[in-house]
Design a protein around this ligand. Structure first.
Ligand code: GTP
Length: 157
C-alpha cells in the first residue's frame, strides 16, 4: 500500500493488489495505448488525462472502462487488464477507482457526447506533469508514475 497526498492535498491510498478497497468500485481510470502511443482525452475543464469516469448503475467496472474509453476517445478496446485500485479521501466523499491497462484496436471519430474533446495521442508523456497547466490534476499525483512503473515491471509497456 502506498500513501500520499494528491494535487488537492487529499489523502490517497494506492495498491496493486486485487481490489483491496472494494470489489465494486464506482470509478475507473484507463491507461490506454494505441499503435504504440498513449491515448489520452482532453477534458474541457481539467485538461489532458487518461480516459475514465463513473460506473453507471447495472454496469460492471470493466464495462464502464470500455464505455468511457469509447465516449471520451472513440477507442475500441482489444484487451483490458486490471492493474490496481486507489482510494481518495475527498473533502465531501471518498472515491474508489480501478486502474486498467487497455490496448486499443481501432479509433473511430469521437462523438461529442460528454465534456471531452476526444482522442489525443502522445509518443511520450511530459516529464514534469505537476507543473503543466495543460494536464488534469489526475495526472499530477503518484498514481500515474507508480502505475507506469508497474506496467513496465509486468512488461505491458
Ligand atoms: P461529477 O459528478 O462528474 O460532475 O464530478 P465530481 O467532481 O463530483 O466527480 P467525482 O465524484 O468523480 O469526484 C469527486 C472528487 O474526487 C473530485 O472532485 C476529486 O477531488 C476526487 N477525484 C476523483 N477522481 C480522482 C482521481 O482520479 N484522482 C484524485 N486524486 N482525485 C480524484
Amino acid at each position: 500500500m502506498i500513501r500520499f497526498l494528491d494535487y488537492y492535498q487529499n489523502q490517497v491510498e494506492l495498491s496493486f493488489d486485487d481490489h483491496p478497497f472494494s470489489t465494486k468500485p464506482l470509478h475507473v481510470w484507463v491507461i490506454a495505448v494505441y499503435e504504440g502511443k498513449w491515448l489520452l482525452t482532453h477534458h474541457k475543464q481539467r485538461g489532458y488525462e487518461f480516459p475514465g469516469g463513473k460506473v453507471e448503475p447495472g454496469e460492471t467496472a470493466e464495462e464502464a472502462a470500455r464505455r468511457e474509453v469509447m465516449e471520451e476517445t472513440g477507442g475500441s478496446i482489444a484487451s483490458l487488464a486490471y492493474i490496481g485500485q486507489y482510494r481518495v479521501e475527498g473533502r465531501g466523499d471518498t472515491i474508489i477507482k480501478n486502474i486498467y491497462f487497455a490496448e486499443i484496436e481501432s479509433l473511430v471519430p469521437h462523438l461529442a457526447v460528454d465534456e471531452t474533446d476526444g482522442a489525443f495521442l502522445l509518443d511520450d508523456l511530459p516529464q514534469r506533469l505537476d507543473a503543466n497547466r495543460k494536464y488534469s490534476f489526475m495526472m499530477k499525483d503518484r498514481v500515474l508514475p507508480e502505475t507506469l512503473r508497474v506496467l513496465a515491471e509486468r512488461r505491458l509497456v
